[in-house]
Design a protein around this ligand. Structure first.
Ligand SMILES: Cc1ncc(COP(=O)(O)O)c(C=O)c1O
Length: 344
């Protein structure tokens, strides 16, 4: 059977970042939580304030370039990390970008949205029931751009397509190399689950390379059944692209939907506490939409006593940090609630 590495290099990729992200031991939190916590710092990808998207976009944009596109079109919530990083990628590659964003309560010209305007994307804000239901509007925008003479290329919400999933397969090979260099044998991997593109790709790659540790996805929007549907869709797609049997077993994985809270994008108490735990324990910033909620899932399992002092747990920090500036009021209120006095 062809190796994963060889199957991967057969696919086109453009380069958007210049280095691999670190895999760090969080010493203080490991002592506090009484297990070994490692964090893959994908918040430190070196494109416009970092995050997971460059890994995905490196593949998807290679397709756009093959199709001779000159404008990338995508969509998301008003504080979409994906809109920021797609705009940045377009600019880096000399292309234009247009984004359709859902109107919501986080749309101050702050955080991600501020950067999207700064990098010169065309921004269209629309009213939708569901943040993730923007495709129709983005397709309409593509039609309108085509009629103006542009050559648009549509990238779905979160940058997740079967092809872009190759990005986190590549990222996972990076993790495997780093684990080997640091001589770490993992007992579990935690990652946020949005569309599940990242989750499915990590699961796919580590199983292919013979690792059997549980992979744990903490949903930030969908219920568990919907997560399963997405996981299967990306899994089948990856089996096809990377020449694997479509019945390849997924092994041990777990999906949790109880850390979403009220809805996607609305901070939870536990997520805000998780942000403060990591900020004060390690000087590392999580975000209220993805990494904070995902880390609250990890903390909840830790509190239940699932992880012991001999366990090595990897958390994938997928970024999202710029959104904290759009959530400053909620974070400030939480700090006050936890006894921090904010100078008047
Ligand atoms: C910071 C961050 N983490 C995780 C995700 C979710 O990734 P996926 O949709 O592949 O599950 C996103 C999606 O936009 C994100 O911005």
């Amino acid at each position: 059977m062809i190796t994963l590495e060889d199957a991967l290099v057969a696919h086109s990729r453009v380069s958007l970042t210049n280095r691999e992200t670190p895999l760090e031991h969080f010493k203080n939190l490991s002592e506090q939580l009484n297990f070994n916590l490692f964090v893959k710092r994908d918040d430190l990808t070196d494109l416009a304030l970092g995050g997971d998207k460059p890994y995905k976009l490196e593949y998807e944009i290679a397709k756009a370039i093959k199709e001779d596109a000159n404008i990338l079109v995508t969509c998301g919530s008003s504080q979409s990390n994906h809109a920021r990083l797609t705009t940045a990628a377009a600019r880096k590659l000399g292309m234009e970008c247009a984004v359709v964003l859902s109107r919501d309560q986080w749309q101050a010209t702050q955080g991600n949205l501020l950067t999207v305007y700064m990098m010169g994307a065309q921004v269209k804000v629309v009213d939708v029931e569901d943040h993730w239901d923007l495709e129709e509007h983005a397709r309409e925008l593509c039609d309108s751009l085509s009629s103006q003479g542009y050559r648009p290329y549509y990238i779905p919400v979160s940058g997740s397509t079967t092809y872009s999933c190759l990005g986190y397969v590549r990222e996972s090979l990076e993790i495997i190399k780093q684990l080997d260099e640091q001589n770490i044998k993992l007992d579990a991997i935690y990652t946020p689950f949005g569309t599940g593109g990242n989750f499915a790709s990590i699961l796919f790659a580590i199983r292919d390379k013979g690792f059997d540790c549980p992979v744990i996805g903490i949903s930030v929007n969908r219920n568990k059944e919907e997560c399963e549907v997405n996981l299967n869709m990306w899994w089948q797609g990856l089996c096809g692209l990377l020449q694997r049997d479509s019945n390849t077993p997924k092994g041990h994985y777990e999906l949790y939907d109880q850390f979403v809270g009220e809805e996607y994008g609305v901070p939870t108490e536990a997520g805000l506490d998780a942000i403060l735990t990591v900020a004060q324990g390690e000087g590392v910033l999580l975000d209220p939409v993805y990494s904070g909620k995902a880390f609250s899932g990890l903390l909840s399992h830790a509190k239940e006593g699932r992880w012991k002092s001999n366990h090595n747990i990897l958390f994938i920090h997928t970024g999202g940090t710029p959104a904290i500036f759009a959530y400053s009021k909620q974070i400030e209120a939480h700090l006050i609630k936890r006894g921090v006095s904010i100078a008047p």
